[in-house]
Design a protein around this ligand. Sequence first.
Ligand SMILES: C[S@@+](CC[C@H](N)C(=O)[O-])C[C@H]1O[C@@H](n2cnc3c(N)ncnc32)[C@H](O)[C@@H]1O
Length: 546
Amino acid sequence: MALYYDAASVLSSEGGQGSLKSRIYGPSTVKSNPTQIYALISETAKRDVFLKDVLDRAGLLQDEPKLTPLLALLLCHDHFFSKAGIAAPVKHPLRQSIERHKARLQSEFTRARLRRKCASVDALKSSLDRERAGLARPHPRWARVNTLVDQDVEAMFASLPGCKRKLRLDDVLKVDQGTRSYCYDEHVPNLLAFSPGVDLTKANAYRQGELILQDKASCFPAYLLLGNESKENIGDVIDGCAAPGNKTTHLAAIICETGCTGKIIACERDGIRSKTLQSMVEKANADSVQVLAKQDFLALDPADARFKGVTHLLLDPSCSGSGILGREDIPKLALPEDPRMTTKPTTNEQPGSKSKKRKRGQGQPEGPSLEEEPVATTGNPAADEEEAPTPATGERLQKLSNLQTRIVEHAMKFPAARRIAYSTCSLHEQENEVVVSRLLASQIAQTHGWKVLPRSQQVDGMQRWKHRGVRSKPDDVDEQNKLNQEELDACIRCNPGDEEGTMGFFVCAFVRDVDSGEDSRGSNGSGARNGDASGGDGEEAWEGFD
Ligand SMILES: C[S@@+](CC[C@H](N)C(=O)[O-])C[C@H]1O[C@@H](n2cnc3c(N)ncnc32)[C@H](O)[C@@H]1O
Protein backbone atom coordinates (compact mmCIF):
# COMPACT_ATOMS: atom_id res chain seq x y z
CA MET A 1 0.00 0.00 0.00
CA ALA A 2 1.54 3.23 -1.19
CA LEU A 3 0.33 5.31 1.76
CA TYR A 4 2.88 3.87 4.17
CA TYR A 5 5.77 3.89 1.68
CA ASP A 6 4.92 7.48 0.74
CA ALA A 7 4.76 8.62 4.35
CA ALA A 8 8.09 6.91 5.08
CA SER A 9 9.67 8.54 2.06
CA VAL A 10 8.38 12.01 3.00
CA LEU A 11 9.80 11.60 6.50
CA SER A 12 13.23 10.49 5.37
CA SER A 13 15.76 12.45 3.36
CA GLU A 14 14.41 10.78 0.18
CA GLY A 15 11.43 13.12 0.55
CA GLY A 16 13.58 16.16 -0.28
CA GLN A 17 14.74 19.02 1.89
CA GLY A 18 11.68 21.27 2.12
CA SER A 19 9.01 21.62 4.76
CA LEU A 20 6.60 18.82 5.53
CA LYS A 21 3.84 20.42 3.49
CA SER A 22 6.07 21.11 0.51
CA ARG A 23 7.31 17.52 0.56
CA ILE A 24 3.73 16.21 0.57
CA TYR A 25 1.91 18.74 -1.58
CA GLY A 26 4.69 19.97 -3.84
CA PRO A 27 5.79 18.30 -7.05
CA SER A 28 6.98 14.93 -5.87
CA THR A 29 6.72 11.27 -6.47
CA VAL A 30 4.08 10.57 -3.82
CA LYS A 31 1.18 8.56 -5.18
CA SER A 32 -1.27 8.59 -2.28
CA ASN A 33 -3.73 11.20 -1.20
CA PRO A 34 -1.67 14.05 0.35
CA THR A 35 -4.28 14.68 3.06
CA GLN A 36 -4.05 11.05 4.16
CA ILE A 37 -0.26 11.17 4.24
CA TYR A 38 -0.33 14.35 6.29
CA ALA A 39 -2.84 12.91 8.75
CA LEU A 40 -0.87 9.66 9.14
CA ILE A 41 2.39 11.52 9.80
CA SER A 42 0.99 14.06 12.21
CA GLU A 43 -0.98 11.49 14.19
CA THR A 44 1.98 9.09 14.38
CA ALA A 45 4.16 11.96 15.60
CA LYS A 46 1.91 12.38 18.64
CA ARG A 47 2.25 8.73 19.62
CA ASP A 48 5.70 7.68 18.42
CA VAL A 49 7.37 7.28 21.82
CA PHE A 50 4.50 5.14 23.05
CA LEU A 51 4.45 3.01 19.88
CA LYS A 52 8.20 2.57 19.91
CA ASP A 53 7.95 1.21 23.42
CA VAL A 54 5.26 -1.29 22.37
CA LEU A 55 7.24 -2.40 19.29
CA ASP A 56 10.51 -2.77 21.19
CA ARG A 57 8.92 -4.83 23.92
CA ALA A 58 7.09 -7.01 21.40
CA GLY A 59 10.34 -7.53 19.45
CA LEU A 60 8.46 -7.19 16.18
CA LEU A 61 11.43 -6.18 14.03
CA GLN A 62 13.33 -9.29 14.99
CA ASP A 63 10.64 -11.42 13.38
CA GLU A 64 9.88 -9.19 10.40
CA PRO A 65 13.17 -8.58 8.62
CA LYS A 66 11.45 -6.87 5.69
CA LEU A 67 9.95 -4.11 7.79
CA THR A 68 11.95 -0.96 8.41
CA PRO A 69 11.58 0.71 11.84
CA LEU A 70 9.77 3.64 10.26
CA LEU A 71 7.30 1.47 8.33
CA ALA A 72 6.65 -0.60 11.44
CA LEU A 73 5.87 2.56 13.39
CA LEU A 74 3.48 3.93 10.76
CA LEU A 75 1.68 0.60 10.30
CA CYS A 76 1.36 0.07 14.02
CA HIS A 77 -0.10 3.51 14.39
CA ASP A 78 -3.00 2.62 12.12
CA HIS A 79 -3.29 -0.91 13.50
CA PHE A 80 -3.93 0.47 16.99
CA PHE A 81 -5.32 3.93 16.49
CA SER A 82 -7.14 4.10 13.15
CA LYS A 83 -10.79 3.03 13.21
CA ALA A 84 -10.37 1.25 9.87
CA GLY A 85 -7.06 -0.36 10.85
CA ILE A 86 -4.19 -0.63 8.36
CA ALA A 87 -5.27 0.85 5.04
CA ALA A 88 -4.41 -2.17 2.90
CA PRO A 89 -6.19 -5.32 1.71
CA VAL A 90 -6.28 -8.14 4.27
CA LYS A 91 -3.80 -10.25 2.34
CA HIS A 92 -1.35 -7.42 1.67
CA PRO A 93 2.12 -8.42 2.97
CA LEU A 94 2.53 -5.15 4.88
CA ARG A 95 -0.72 -5.64 6.73
CA GLN A 96 0.09 -9.28 7.40
CA SER A 97 3.51 -8.40 8.77
CA ILE A 98 1.73 -6.66 11.64
CA GLU A 99 -1.37 -8.78 12.03
CA ARG A 100 0.64 -12.01 12.30
CA HIS A 101 1.82 -10.68 15.69
CA LYS A 102 -1.52 -9.29 16.74
CA ALA A 103 -1.76 -11.08 20.11
CA ARG A 104 1.77 -10.18 21.23
CA LEU A 105 1.41 -6.58 20.09
CA GLN A 106 -1.97 -6.24 21.75
CA SER A 107 -0.67 -7.50 25.05
CA GLU A 108 2.31 -5.07 25.03
CA PHE A 109 -0.02 -2.27 23.97
CA THR A 110 -2.34 -2.94 26.90
CA ARG A 111 0.56 -3.10 29.35
CA ALA A 112 2.00 0.15 28.06
CA ARG A 113 -1.42 1.79 28.33
CA LEU A 114 -1.83 0.62 31.93
CA ARG A 115 1.67 1.82 32.81
CA ARG A 116 0.44 5.25 31.84
CA LYS A 117 -2.58 4.76 34.07
CA CYS A 118 -5.04 5.13 31.18
CA ALA A 119 -8.21 3.12 31.66
CA SER A 120 -9.19 3.08 27.98
CA VAL A 121 -7.73 3.66 24.54
CA ASP A 122 -9.58 6.97 24.36
CA ALA A 123 -8.01 8.05 27.63
CA LEU A 124 -4.62 7.01 26.27
CA LYS A 125 -5.15 9.02 23.08
CA SER A 126 -6.05 12.12 25.05
CA SER A 127 -3.10 11.65 27.35
CA LEU A 128 -0.65 11.18 24.46
CA ASP A 129 -2.13 14.09 22.56
CA ARG A 130 -1.71 16.35 25.56
CA GLU A 131 1.77 15.08 26.28
CA ARG A 132 3.14 15.47 22.80
CA ALA A 133 1.58 18.62 21.73
CA GLY A 134 0.91 20.22 25.02
CA LEU A 135 0.52 22.91 22.56
CA ALA A 136 -3.18 22.92 22.11
CA ARG A 137 -3.48 24.24 25.64
CA PRO A 138 -2.57 27.91 25.81
CA HIS A 139 0.89 28.33 27.26
CA PRO A 140 1.61 31.38 29.38
CA ARG A 141 4.63 33.59 28.84
CA TRP A 142 6.67 33.40 32.00
CA ALA A 143 8.87 36.27 33.14
CA ARG A 144 10.89 36.73 36.27
CA VAL A 145 11.10 40.17 37.84
CA ASN A 146 14.82 40.84 38.11
CA THR A 147 15.26 42.10 41.64
CA LEU A 148 18.90 42.99 40.88
CA VAL A 149 17.75 46.03 38.93
CA ASP A 150 16.23 48.95 40.80
CA GLN A 151 12.75 49.29 39.51
CA ASP A 152 9.30 50.50 40.19
CA VAL A 153 7.33 47.33 39.58
CA GLU A 154 3.98 49.13 39.30
CA ALA A 155 5.38 51.56 36.74
CA MET A 156 6.86 48.64 34.84
CA PHE A 157 3.45 47.01 34.58
CA ALA A 158 1.80 50.24 33.61
CA SER A 159 4.21 50.36 30.66
CA LEU A 160 3.04 46.96 29.42
CA PRO A 161 0.27 47.76 26.96
CA GLY A 162 -3.22 46.98 28.23
CA CYS A 163 -2.09 44.34 30.69
CA LYS A 164 -4.40 43.85 33.66
CA ARG A 165 -3.47 42.05 36.84
CA LYS A 166 -5.40 38.88 37.70
CA LEU A 167 -5.23 36.54 40.63
CA ARG A 168 -5.15 33.13 38.94
CA LEU A 169 -3.32 31.51 36.06
CA ASP A 170 -6.62 30.21 34.61
CA ASP A 171 -7.80 33.78 34.17
CA VAL A 172 -4.55 34.82 32.53
CA LEU A 173 -4.92 32.02 30.01
CA LYS A 174 -8.38 33.15 28.92
CA VAL A 175 -7.57 35.32 25.98
CA ASP A 176 -11.05 35.83 24.51
CA GLN A 177 -11.60 39.11 22.77
CA GLY A 178 -7.92 39.85 22.83
CA THR A 179 -7.74 40.52 26.58
CA ARG A 180 -4.22 40.44 28.01
CA SER A 181 -3.31 39.99 31.62
CA TYR A 182 -0.73 38.72 34.10
CA CYS A 183 -0.60 37.23 37.58
CA TYR A 184 2.02 36.45 40.17
CA ASP A 185 2.97 32.78 40.35
CA GLU A 186 1.81 30.80 43.35
CA HIS A 187 5.03 28.78 43.78
CA VAL A 188 8.06 30.89 42.85
CA PRO A 189 8.51 34.42 44.23
CA ASN A 190 8.90 37.27 41.73
CA LEU A 191 7.66 35.16 38.85
CA LEU A 192 4.88 36.34 36.56
CA ALA A 193 2.65 34.57 34.07
CA PHE A 194 1.46 36.61 31.10
CA SER A 195 -1.30 35.78 28.61
CA PRO A 196 -0.05 33.83 25.57
CA GLY A 197 -0.25 36.71 23.10
CA VAL A 198 1.80 39.18 25.12
CA ASP A 199 5.07 39.96 23.35
CA LEU A 200 7.41 40.88 26.15
CA THR A 201 10.46 41.15 23.92
CA LYS A 202 9.18 44.57 22.84
CA ALA A 203 8.62 45.79 26.38
CA ASN A 204 11.09 48.29 27.83
CA ALA A 205 11.19 46.27 31.03
CA TYR A 206 12.63 43.34 29.10
CA ARG A 207 15.09 45.47 27.14
CA GLN A 208 16.37 47.05 30.33
CA GLY A 209 16.89 43.74 32.12
CA GLU A 210 14.04 44.33 34.58
CA LEU A 211 12.18 41.29 33.32
CA ILE A 212 13.89 38.03 32.42
CA LEU A 213 11.99 35.67 30.17
CA GLN A 214 12.26 32.31 31.86
CA ASP A 215 9.90 29.37 31.99
CA LYS A 216 8.47 28.68 35.43
CA ALA A 217 10.05 25.22 35.58
CA SER A 218 13.46 26.69 34.86
CA CYS A 219 13.13 28.83 38.01
CA PHE A 220 12.83 25.77 40.24
CA PRO A 221 16.53 24.82 40.56
CA ALA A 222 17.85 28.10 41.97
CA TYR A 223 14.82 28.46 44.24
CA LEU A 224 15.14 24.88 45.49
CA LEU A 225 18.88 25.30 46.02
CA LEU A 226 18.85 28.58 47.95
CA GLY A 227 15.26 29.58 48.64
CA ASN A 228 15.19 28.40 52.28
CA GLU A 229 18.89 28.39 53.11
CA SER A 230 20.04 30.58 55.96
CA LYS A 231 22.55 33.33 55.28
CA GLU A 232 25.21 31.63 57.43
CA ASN A 233 25.05 28.47 55.31
CA ILE A 234 25.62 30.18 51.98
CA GLY A 235 29.19 30.78 50.87
CA ASP A 236 30.13 30.74 47.19
CA VAL A 237 27.93 29.06 44.60
CA ILE A 238 28.96 27.27 41.40
CA ASP A 239 26.67 27.10 38.40
CA GLY A 240 28.46 24.32 36.48
CA CYS A 241 26.57 24.45 33.15
CA ALA A 242 25.52 28.03 33.00
CA ALA A 243 24.80 29.46 29.53
CA PRO A 244 22.72 31.31 28.58
CA GLY A 245 22.44 32.27 32.24
CA ASN A 246 18.80 32.20 33.29
CA LYS A 247 19.50 30.15 36.38
CA THR A 248 22.77 31.98 37.07
CA THR A 249 21.04 35.35 37.24
CA HIS A 250 18.27 33.84 39.33
CA LEU A 251 20.88 32.54 41.79
CA ALA A 252 22.41 36.01 41.90
CA ALA A 253 19.04 37.58 42.65
CA ILE A 254 18.29 35.18 45.51
CA ILE A 255 21.78 35.59 46.99
CA CYS A 256 21.39 39.34 46.91
CA GLU A 257 17.99 39.14 48.64
CA THR A 258 19.45 37.06 51.47
CA GLY A 259 22.19 39.66 51.99
CA CYS A 260 24.99 37.13 51.39
CA THR A 261 28.32 38.32 50.13
CA GLY A 262 29.32 35.10 48.36
CA LYS A 263 30.04 35.03 44.66
CA ILE A 264 28.59 32.88 41.91
CA ILE A 265 31.08 31.11 39.71
CA ALA A 266 29.44 30.40 36.37
CA CYS A 267 31.13 27.80 34.16
CA GLU A 268 30.37 27.37 30.50
CA ARG A 269 32.23 25.01 28.22
CA ASP A 270 31.11 26.39 24.89
CA GLY A 271 32.82 29.55 23.57
CA ILE A 272 29.86 31.16 21.83
CA ARG A 273 27.46 30.34 24.63
CA SER A 274 30.00 31.79 27.10
CA LYS A 275 29.61 35.16 25.35
CA THR A 276 25.82 34.95 25.64
CA LEU A 277 26.23 34.13 29.32
CA GLN A 278 28.52 37.09 29.87
CA SER A 279 26.12 39.50 28.20
CA MET A 280 23.13 38.15 30.08
CA VAL A 281 24.98 38.56 33.37
CA GLU A 282 25.79 42.18 32.48
CA LYS A 283 22.29 42.98 31.31
CA ALA A 284 20.84 41.52 34.52
CA ASN A 285 23.20 43.58 36.68
CA ALA A 286 24.41 40.38 38.34
CA ASP A 287 27.64 41.75 39.79
CA SER A 288 28.23 38.78 42.06
CA VAL A 289 28.70 36.48 39.06
CA GLN A 290 32.16 35.59 37.83
CA VAL A 291 32.00 33.90 34.43
CA LEU A 292 34.53 31.16 33.68
CA ALA A 293 34.27 31.19 29.89
CA LYS A 294 35.10 28.08 27.87
CA GLN A 295 35.55 26.21 31.12
CA ASP A 296 34.63 22.55 31.43
CA PHE A 297 33.14 22.05 34.87
CA LEU A 298 34.60 18.56 34.99
CA ALA A 299 38.08 20.05 34.65
CA LEU A 300 37.73 22.18 37.81
CA ASP A 301 39.77 20.80 40.66
CA PRO A 302 37.55 20.66 43.77
CA ALA A 303 40.65 20.82 45.95
CA ASP A 304 41.73 24.14 44.38
CA ALA A 305 41.85 26.88 47.04
CA ARG A 306 39.58 29.07 44.85
CA PHE A 307 36.70 26.70 45.60
CA LYS A 308 37.16 26.08 49.27
CA GLY A 309 34.22 28.35 50.11
CA VAL A 310 31.81 26.72 47.65
CA THR A 311 28.77 25.56 49.61
CA HIS A 312 26.16 25.21 46.86
CA LEU A 313 26.25 23.95 43.29
CA LEU A 314 23.67 24.03 40.53
CA LEU A 315 24.04 21.55 37.67
CA ASP A 316 21.79 21.85 34.66
CA PRO A 317 23.75 19.86 32.08
CA SER A 318 23.05 19.10 28.45
CA CYS A 319 20.11 16.74 28.01
CA SER A 320 17.82 15.36 25.33
CA GLY A 321 15.55 18.41 25.68
CA SER A 322 12.51 16.16 25.39
CA GLY A 323 10.52 18.41 27.72
CA ILE A 324 10.81 21.48 25.55
CA LEU A 325 7.58 22.61 23.97
CA GLY A 326 8.42 23.52 20.47
CA ARG A 327 7.66 23.72 16.86
CA GLU A 328 9.00 21.09 14.59
CA ASP A 329 8.32 20.87 10.93
CA ILE A 330 9.48 17.46 9.76
CA PRO A 331 8.67 15.39 12.83
CA LYS A 332 11.62 13.44 14.21
CA LEU A 333 9.96 10.22 15.22
CA ALA A 334 11.34 7.96 17.91
CA LEU A 335 11.88 4.67 16.09
CA PRO A 336 11.88 1.12 17.39
CA GLU A 337 15.29 -0.53 17.76
CA ASP A 338 16.40 -2.29 14.58
CA PRO A 339 18.15 -5.55 15.55
CA ARG A 340 19.78 -5.77 12.10
CA MET A 341 21.79 -2.57 12.45
CA THR A 342 24.91 -2.04 14.52
CA THR A 343 24.60 1.73 14.34
CA LYS A 344 21.01 2.39 15.08
CA PRO A 345 19.11 5.36 13.74
CA THR A 346 17.00 6.57 16.63
CA THR A 347 14.83 8.82 14.53
CA ASN A 348 13.68 9.05 10.93
CA GLU A 349 16.30 11.66 10.01
CA GLN A 350 19.02 9.74 8.26
CA PRO A 351 22.77 10.05 8.73
CA GLY A 352 24.19 12.18 5.99
CA SER A 353 21.10 14.30 5.40
CA LYS A 354 21.90 17.87 4.57
CA SER A 355 20.88 19.50 7.82
CA LYS A 356 23.61 21.34 9.71
CA LYS A 357 25.50 18.81 11.80
CA ARG A 358 26.76 18.89 15.32
CA LYS A 359 30.13 17.59 16.30
CA ARG A 360 29.90 14.07 17.66
CA GLY A 361 32.30 11.42 18.71
CA GLN A 362 33.26 8.52 16.50
CA GLY A 363 30.60 5.96 15.81
CA GLN A 364 27.71 8.10 17.01
CA PRO A 365 24.63 8.12 14.86
CA GLU A 366 24.06 11.61 13.54
CA GLY A 367 21.02 12.97 15.34
CA PRO A 368 18.74 15.61 13.96
CA SER A 369 19.81 19.16 14.60
CA LEU A 370 17.47 21.94 15.51
CA GLU A 371 20.40 24.30 15.65
CA GLU A 372 19.09 26.35 12.75
CA GLU A 373 15.89 27.03 14.59
CA PRO A 374 16.42 26.91 18.32
CA VAL A 375 13.18 26.26 20.14
CA ALA A 376 12.68 28.69 22.97
CA THR A 377 9.70 28.25 25.21
CA THR A 378 10.33 31.68 26.64
CA GLY A 379 9.49 33.36 23.38
CA ASN A 380 13.03 34.67 23.28
CA PRO A 381 15.32 32.55 21.14
CA ALA A 382 18.42 34.26 22.60
CA ALA A 383 17.51 32.92 26.00
CA ASP A 384 17.00 29.39 24.79
CA GLU A 385 18.41 27.19 27.49
CA GLU A 386 18.87 23.83 25.91
CA GLU A 387 21.45 23.95 23.17
CA ALA A 388 20.06 21.14 21.00
CA PRO A 389 16.74 19.62 21.91
CA THR A 390 16.98 16.26 20.25
CA PRO A 391 14.85 13.14 20.51
CA ALA A 392 17.13 10.58 22.09
CA THR A 393 16.58 6.92 22.65
CA GLY A 394 18.51 3.85 23.73
CA GLU A 395 22.24 4.18 23.52
CA ARG A 396 22.26 7.95 23.28
CA LEU A 397 20.09 8.34 26.37
CA GLN A 398 22.46 6.07 28.22
CA LYS A 399 25.41 8.28 27.25
CA LEU A 400 23.58 11.40 28.36
CA SER A 401 22.64 9.73 31.62
CA ASN A 402 26.30 8.77 32.18
CA LEU A 403 27.52 12.32 31.55
CA GLN A 404 24.86 13.82 33.78
CA THR A 405 25.78 11.40 36.56
CA ARG A 406 29.47 12.23 36.21
CA ILE A 407 28.82 15.94 36.40
CA VAL A 408 26.86 15.66 39.66
CA GLU A 409 29.37 13.19 41.10
CA HIS A 410 32.03 15.79 40.40
CA ALA A 411 29.98 18.42 42.23
CA MET A 412 29.74 16.09 45.23
CA LYS A 413 33.53 16.28 45.61
CA PHE A 414 33.72 19.97 46.56
CA PRO A 415 34.87 19.88 50.18
CA ALA A 416 32.54 22.53 51.64
CA ALA A 417 29.52 21.67 49.47
CA ARG A 418 26.33 21.19 51.45
CA ARG A 419 23.57 21.37 48.83
CA ILE A 420 23.40 20.55 45.10
CA ALA A 421 20.56 21.01 42.63
CA TYR A 422 20.44 18.80 39.54
CA SER A 423 18.01 19.53 36.72
CA THR A 424 17.13 18.67 33.12
CA CYS A 425 14.47 19.70 30.65
CA SER A 426 14.00 16.06 29.78
CA LEU A 427 11.03 13.78 30.35
CA HIS A 428 13.10 10.59 30.27
CA GLU A 429 13.40 8.71 33.53
CA GLN A 430 16.89 7.68 32.48
CA GLU A 431 18.09 11.30 32.61
CA ASN A 432 16.14 12.05 35.77
CA GLU A 433 15.16 9.58 38.49
CA VAL A 434 17.66 7.02 37.20
CA VAL A 435 20.49 9.57 37.50
CA VAL A 436 19.38 10.34 41.06
CA SER A 437 19.26 6.64 41.87
CA ARG A 438 22.73 6.04 40.44
CA LEU A 439 24.11 9.02 42.32
CA LEU A 440 22.73 7.85 45.66
CA ALA A 441 24.32 4.46 45.07
CA SER A 442 27.67 5.97 44.08
CA GLN A 443 30.76 5.66 46.23
CA ILE A 444 31.19 9.42 46.39
CA ALA A 445 27.65 10.03 47.69
CA GLN A 446 27.98 7.31 50.26
CA THR A 447 31.37 8.33 51.61
CA HIS A 448 30.49 12.02 51.69
CA GLY A 449 27.00 11.46 53.13
CA TRP A 450 24.94 12.89 50.25
CA LYS A 451 21.19 12.24 50.35
CA VAL A 452 18.22 13.73 48.57
CA LEU A 453 16.69 16.84 50.11
CA PRO A 454 13.35 15.45 51.33
CA ARG A 455 10.16 17.19 50.33
CA SER A 456 9.47 18.17 53.94
CA GLN A 457 12.71 20.20 54.02
CA GLN A 458 12.22 21.92 50.69
CA VAL A 459 11.38 25.57 50.30
CA ASP A 460 7.66 26.20 50.70
CA GLY A 461 6.74 26.61 47.02
CA MET A 462 8.52 23.40 46.07
CA GLN A 463 6.91 21.47 48.90
CA ARG A 464 3.52 22.55 47.60
CA TRP A 465 4.29 21.57 44.00
CA LYS A 466 2.36 18.36 43.45
CA HIS A 467 4.14 16.67 40.54
CA ARG A 468 6.85 14.43 41.93
CA GLY A 469 9.27 11.75 40.72
CA VAL A 470 8.00 8.68 38.87
CA ARG A 471 8.97 5.06 38.39
CA SER A 472 7.34 3.54 35.34
CA LYS A 473 8.51 -0.04 35.77
CA PRO A 474 8.10 -1.03 39.41
CA ASP A 475 8.38 -4.77 38.78
CA ASP A 476 11.38 -4.78 36.52
CA VAL A 477 14.35 -6.20 38.42
CA ASP A 478 16.85 -4.74 35.96
CA GLU A 479 15.41 -1.28 36.27
CA GLN A 480 17.97 1.24 37.44
CA ASN A 481 15.48 3.46 39.20
CA LYS A 482 15.62 2.06 42.70
CA LEU A 483 14.37 5.14 44.53
CA ASN A 484 12.06 4.56 47.47
CA GLN A 485 8.85 6.52 47.86
CA GLU A 486 10.43 9.25 49.97
CA GLU A 487 13.19 9.71 47.42
CA LEU A 488 10.71 9.82 44.54
CA ASP A 489 8.77 12.40 46.48
CA ALA A 490 11.94 14.48 46.83
CA CYS A 491 12.15 14.64 43.02
CA ILE A 492 10.18 17.35 41.26
CA ARG A 493 8.70 16.99 37.80
CA CYS A 494 6.96 19.37 35.45
CA ASN A 495 4.81 17.93 32.68
CA PRO A 496 4.64 19.83 29.41
CA GLY A 497 1.19 20.90 28.36
CA ASP A 498 -0.62 20.26 31.61
CA GLU A 499 -2.64 22.81 33.55
CA GLU A 500 0.48 24.23 35.22
CA GLY A 501 1.63 25.84 31.97
CA THR A 502 5.29 24.84 32.19
CA MET A 503 7.69 23.03 29.92
CA GLY A 504 8.74 19.46 30.79
CA PHE A 505 11.36 19.55 33.51
CA PHE A 506 12.98 17.65 36.35
CA VAL A 507 14.87 18.80 39.42
CA CYS A 508 16.21 17.14 42.53
CA ALA A 509 18.38 18.54 45.30
CA PHE A 510 21.02 16.67 47.30
CA VAL A 511 22.17 17.61 50.78
CA ARG A 512 24.70 16.53 53.30
CA ASP A 513 25.48 17.64 56.78
CA VAL A 514 28.99 19.08 56.51
CA ASP A 515 28.95 20.10 60.16
CA SER A 516 28.50 16.54 61.41
CA GLY A 517 32.02 15.59 60.33
CA GLU A 518 30.65 12.68 58.32
CA ASP A 519 33.13 13.47 55.57
CA SER A 520 36.21 13.65 57.72
CA ARG A 521 38.67 13.63 54.84
CA GLY A 522 37.82 17.12 53.60
CA SER A 523 39.49 16.25 50.30
CA ASN A 524 38.05 15.96 46.84
CA GLY A 525 37.37 12.33 47.59
CA SER A 526 38.75 11.10 44.33
CA GLY A 527 41.34 8.89 46.02
CA ALA A 528 38.66 7.03 47.90
CA ARG A 529 36.54 6.22 44.91
CA ASN A 530 36.45 2.73 43.68
CA GLY A 531 32.95 2.69 42.25
CA ASP A 532 31.83 4.76 39.29
CA ALA A 533 28.10 5.18 39.01
CA SER A 534 28.46 7.07 35.76
CA GLY A 535 29.50 3.99 33.80
CA GLY A 536 33.07 3.99 32.56
CA ASP A 537 32.07 3.24 29.03
CA GLY A 538 34.20 5.81 27.33
CA GLU A 539 31.57 8.50 26.95
CA GLU A 540 34.39 11.04 27.28
CA ALA A 541 34.96 10.49 23.59
CA TRP A 542 31.55 11.87 22.79
CA GLU A 543 31.07 15.51 23.56
CA GLY A 544 27.29 15.51 23.73
CA PHE A 545 24.92 18.12 22.44
CA ASP A 546 26.85 21.30 22.13
C1 LIG B 1 20.82 23.05 29.51
S1 LIG B 1 22.05 24.20 29.13
C2 LIG B 1 22.08 25.20 30.59
C3 LIG B 1 21.02 26.26 30.69
C4 LIG B 1 21.30 27.24 31.81
N1 LIG B 1 21.48 26.57 33.09
C5 LIG B 1 20.22 28.29 31.96
O1 LIG B 1 19.37 28.17 32.83
O2 LIG B 1 20.22 29.26 31.21
C6 LIG B 1 23.50 23.28 29.32
C7 LIG B 1 24.74 24.13 29.15
O3 LIG B 1 25.81 23.45 29.79
C8 LIG B 1 26.96 23.51 28.99
N2 LIG B 1 27.78 22.36 29.39
C9 LIG B 1 27.55 21.06 29.16
N3 LIG B 1 28.51 20.30 29.74
C10 LIG B 1 29.34 21.15 30.36
C11 LIG B 1 30.52 20.97 31.13
N4 LIG B 1 31.03 19.77 31.36
N5 LIG B 1 31.13 22.07 31.63
C12 LIG B 1 30.63 23.30 31.40
N6 LIG B 1 29.52 23.53 30.66
C13 LIG B 1 28.88 22.47 30.15
C14 LIG B 1 26.42 23.47 27.58
O4 LIG B 1 27.35 24.04 26.67
C15 LIG B 1 25.16 24.30 27.71
O5 LIG B 1 25.41 25.65 27.46
